[in-house]
Design a protein around this ligand. Structure first.
Ligand code: 4NP
Length: 154
């Protein structure tokens, strides 16, 4: 298990968690922090698929290529390998606890728990929304990424 390994988890691993993964990767590079970063879903509904085209477009607006992402479901190994697993919303955090092995090594929490004043909040699922909802989700995960890097550098 590595404290410098971070996994983001949403439902489908095609919208929010791939954006969170990309945002943290960019922030870690910008701040010179070496991290292992990945994302997964609590469901396997979209396993093997690419990111949602709207997520790819939103990442592109920030100069990040999400076109090579492939969705996967979270595994028991993830709980032993990643030091930190961040769920994108409370329902996925509950599902993560349900999917976890008896003694996970990873610390589980919400991605917005790291943002002052936003503990307990969800990054709203943009799947049934429009481009503005994807932009709002991006803003949330980018802000969280800045705080996560600070937290891991402490
Ligand atoms: P994500 O978004 O969990 O942020 O990847 C969703 C993706 C797929 C579905 C719901 C949310 N779906 O119902 O298929």
């Amino acid at each position: 298990m590595s404290q410098k390994a971070v996994l983001f988890v949403c439902l489908g691993n095609i919208c929010r968690s791939p954006m969170a993964e990309a945002a943290l990767r960019a922030e870690a590079v910008a701040q010179g922090l070496a991290l292992t970063i990945d994302s997964a879903g609590t469901s396997g509904l979209h396993a093997g698929e690419g990111a949602d085209p709207r997520a790819i477009a939103e990442a592109q607006r920030h100069g990040i290529d999400l076109s090579r992402h492939r969705a996967r479901m979270v595994t028991e190994d993830d709980f032993m390998h990643f030091g930190h697993i961040f769920a994108l919303d409370p329902q996925n955090l509950r599902d993560l606890h349900r999917l976890a092995p008896r003694r996970p090594l990873a610390k589980l929490g919400l991605v917005l728990d790291r943002v002052p004043g936003r503990a307990g909040q969800a990054v709203i699922d943009p799947y049934y929304g429009d481009a503005d909802d994807f932009a709002a989700a991006w803003d949330d995960v980018a802000e969280a990424a800045r705080h996560i890097v600070t937290y891991l550098l402490r």
